[in-house]
Design a protein around this ligand. Structure first.
Ligand code: SF4
Length: 490
């Protein structure tokens, strides 16, 4: 789509709006010729108000649209008002020309729940927050209600947060094999086995330095999450070593939640599960993604659906009473019927948490070039609709939600739980309610300043090899954490 801007250069806002309603289009910044029929001219003019006009041409239809809003407050606030006016005007013109309203309306960000959470914390009722999503952002009633349900869980956690607490993420970026759709950082352990021990040694050093910094700053750990990759790629004794170091070196006296992603059943055995239980881990994830053997093969898993059921039974036998299971709607070679069978199969196990993801492919990934293997956006949307009906009907509540770019059908990922089984870490991390200190490869520390409304991001290197090479810098950054928390004393 050819894009011409007059009076501004708000590329990001317009490109996001374009991706939202014209997912196949790419932005082209060239003059519009008489032969072009897909283009937009976005004009901004200002006096005491900001006037935006979007002329949009698509498939022979051309529609002009105008939005005018007052400009108020300081320059930072006015900047936001201009951007929102441009985003709204582009959305309305695109909606008029295509006749489409995406499920999330004009919202294109990863964290749509932040809006209703903010409203609830400012005193709005759930009904008012829902109305705001529908009327100001054109979100469908179904999605608005989903977002407000999650916002209620988020606001409940937010009200109990204390300034002297942080959450901690520990990354284990190894997996037995790589899944075809994977967008996480994980090294195929077959090829990188020799790095696991040195990686663990380095991780324990970072953990010790982080613990010292947190104690110096008077911080304690509120919730702790070990993710990846697949943490249970580590052996039972390696898991014990890691979790003993957590207890010894981090200020976890008041930690209310410990989670380990066991992830793939081909990494789970009794010894590892016992090691996790003995270390006091309360929550684990066992992630089928699907219970269809053909789909498991298509995503590159080397295990069967029966292996998933066996791993789940073993985890119950060992004593885990809080288990999450992940499913993905829109996997290659899956169908609506297959997805329904998977979801019903998972629910028959009665896990405390179920997370339903929608497939999101990174640009250039192998699967993106094999669209014939993927269910259509409409079929994926039917899968997600089915999950909303079924999970709600079985007593599960949505409690956290996020979106990704290039997500099939422009949908979302939703964490569901039985009453009282919310993962505090998931809410904190997704809604950026509290500082999360990340240790190990692939994690991003987010230093959240709630009073100032700012977030400083400090990514660790992604891959095990790069992490090991950069360890001195990583350790220095963790030493400086105390100074960050106690700026007046430095
Ligand atoms: S198990 Fe998860 S992290 Fe590992 S390769 Fe598969 S999708 Fe990626």
């Amino acid at each position: 789509m050819k894009l011409v801007f007059k009076g501004h250069d708000e590329r990001y806002v317009v490109e996001q709006g374009m991706l939202n309603l014209f997912p196949g289009e790419k932005p082209v910044y060239e003059p519009i010729g008489p032969e072009d029929d897909t283009w937009a001219v976005v004009t901004l003019e200002e006096d005491t108000r900001c006037h935006v006009t979007v002329e949009l041409s698509w498939q022979g239809k051309a529609i002009p649209y105008t939005v005018s809003v007052p400009l108020e407050g300081n320059e930072f606030q006015r900047e936001g008002q201009r951007r929102r006016a441009i985003g709204r005007c582009f959305f309305l013109a695109a909606q008029a020309v295509t006749g489409r309203t995406p499920p999330w309306g004009m919202l294109t960000g990863v964290r749509p729940v932040k809006l209703p959470t903010r409203s609830l914390l400012a005193g709005a009722s759930p009904e008012q927050a829902r109305k705001e999503m529908e009327e100001l952002y054109y979100v469908s009633p179904r999605r608005a209600s989903l977002a407000v349900d999650c916002a209620q869980a988020s606001a409940a956690v937010d009200r109990d947060l204390r300034d002297d607490q942080v959450s901690v993420y520990i990354g284990i970026p190894f997996c037995p094999t790589r899944c075809a759709y994977c967008s996480f950082v994980s090294a195929d352990v077959g090829r990188t086995l020799k790095l696991v021990e040195p990686y663990l040694d380095a991780l324990l050093r970072e953990l010790a330095v982080t613990g010292e910094s947190l104690r110096r700053a008077g911080k304690t750990v509120h919730s702790l999450y070990v993710g990846g990759g697949t943490p249970t790629t580590l052996s039972a004794s390696q898991l014990t070593r890691l979790l003993e170091a957590v207890r010894r070196d981090l200020p976890v006296e008041g930690c209310v939640e410990y989670t380990v992603e066991a992830g793939r059943p081909d990494t789970i055995d009794r010894d590892k599960l016992m090691a996790l239980r003995e270390a006091g881990i309360g929550r684990i994830s066992i992630n089928p993604q699907t219970l269809e053997d053909e789909v498991l093969r298509a995503i590159g898993r080397r295990h069967s659906a029966q292996d998933i059921l066996d791993a789940y039974a073993l985890a119950r036998e060992v004593g885990f009473d809080s288990i999450n299971m992940d499913l993905i709607a829109g996997l290659p070679r899956d169908s609506f019927e297959g997805f329904c069978r998977s979801l019903n199969g998972v629910l028959a196990l009665e896990p405390e948490n179920v997370t339903v993801h929608t497939l999101a492919l990174k640009k250039g990934s192998g699967l993106m070039n094999r669209p014939e293997l993927l269910p259509s956006g409409e079929e994926t949307a039917r899968m997600v609709e089915y999950s909303l009906e079924l999970l709600g009907g079985k007593g599960y509540r949505p409690y956290y939600l996020y979106r990704q770019k290039y997500m099939s059908g422009s949908l979302e990922n939703v964490g569901w739980c039985l009453s009282g089984q919310e993962s505090i870490y998931n809410i904190i991390m997704m809604e950026e309610l509290q500082t999360v200190v990340s240790i190990g490869g692939g994690g991003v520390t987010k230093l959240v300043d709630r009073a100032a409304g700012t977030i400083v991001r400090q990514p660790n290197p992604k891959y095990p090899h790069d992490y090991l090479a950069a360890l001195d810098r990583v350790l220095a950054q963790k030493e400086e954490l105390a100074a960050h928390f106690l700026p007046d004393q430095n």
